[in-house]
Design a binder for this molecule. Structure first.
Ligand code: AHR
Length: 330
């Protein structure tokens, strides 16, 4: 909006100068071109994945590319994200990008953005709102599908053998947790031989996953037999591996505990190649260009797809080489 007012002023100025018989040079015209203001509310910096997703956005929304980026990190708190979005509304940015911590609780603030006429793009996780018109488009991962890849690995690897599973969940209420957890919970219901021993809150961080597992082990009368630890991201997997080893478990190999993880960051894949993580399902953090595509479509007056998902793969040690890992951007 501010951009439109500034453009009008710039245009009037150029006309005045022209009337006075002076011609504006093309370089002066370029200088008056306004940047597109984009306010981004990022969840936090809880994992390597999150840091990579922030980098991806910062590398695209640069002044050289025609953008003014306002970037806020909410330290994993929804109230901070709501405050950031309200500030972007006050600042009358051209677009708001929200990377929501949880699915619910966004209706009011999105309504405020809509009333201010600012398009909101949801990135990474999704929002669950009464009225879908409160956001313009969403681009992110299909977290349920990611979970299904991991579940399939358990099926293929253990067949009908008994499988005791420790489930370390991500930030409760986030789409990443809901999708990945639902895939495991549904499969466990379908397979009589699978038992989810416990569900622990790892909040997508290494220290929380480590503490949650240590607390679980220290509270147990005797250490449980575990075949699988299903961690909802690489950071949690590193915390889980540390705790398991400290409590005397073998990780990986034929008879060790199988660690399943998500993200497939460079360090996750290194751990996978070393045999500590049995399967690492990719979660693609390179959202910057995809968000920019949506903004460019809107700038041209086009209607972007309402929901789009990034393509993702999965890795076992058999597929990994150092060269492949080195090519990874995160
Ligand atoms: O929403 C994406 C998830 O959030 C990633 O799996 C995780 O690492 C991040 O914190």
């Amino acid at each position: 909006m501010k951009r439109h007012i500034a453009l009008l002023l710039a245009l009037s100025l150029v006309l005045l100068v022209a009337c006075a018989g002076q011609s504006a040079s093309s370089s002066q015209e370029t200088e008056t071109q306004e940047l597109i203001e984009v306010g981004v509310s990022q969840t936090g910096a809880e994992s390597d994945w999150r840091v990579a997703s922030s980098e991806s956005i910062k590398s695209v929304f640069t002044e050289e590319n025609g953008y003014q980026l306002l970037f806020d990190i909410a330290k994993q708190k929804q109230e901070n994200q709501i405050m950031a979005v309200r500030k972007f509304i006050q600042q009358q940015v051209d677009y708001i990008v929200l990377m929501p911590i949880s699915e619910t609780g966004w209706d009011s603030v999105l309504q405020e953005a809509q009333e201010a006429g600012i398009p909101v793009i949801i990135a990474d996780r999704a929002v669950d709102v009464e009225d879908d018109s409160l956001y313009t488009a969403h681009v992110g991962s299909d977290f349920r599908l990611e979970g299904e890849h991991a579940v399939k690995w358990i099926e293929e690897h253990y067949g009908n053998e008994p499988v005791n599973i420790v489930h370390v969940q991500g930030t409760i209420g986030s789409t990443a947790q809901l999708g990945r957890s639902a895939a495991l919970e549904d499969a466990a219901e379908e397979h009589e031989s699978w038992t989810i021993l416990t569900q622990l809150d790892g909040d997508f961080t290494q220290p929380k996953a480590y503490e949650a597992l240590c607390d679980y082990f220290s509270a147990a009368d005797s250490l449980p037999e575990i075949q699988v630890v299903y961690c909802e991201n690489d950071s949690e997997a590193f915390g889980a591996i540390k705790a398991l080893r400290e409590y005397g478990y073998t990780v990986g190999g034929e008879n060790g505990v199988s660690i399943l993880s998500f993200d497939a960051t460079r360090s996750g894949l290194m751990s996978c190649m070393a045999g500590d993580i049995a399967l690492d399902v990719e979660c693609n953090p390179d959202l910057g260009e995809l968000i920019e595509n949506i903004i460019q479509q809107l700038e041209r007056g086009e209607t972007p797809e309402k929901n789009s998902y990034v393509r993702e793969s999965f890795f076992t040690s058999a597929q990994l080489t150092q060269t492949l890992i080195d090519k990874r951007s995160y």
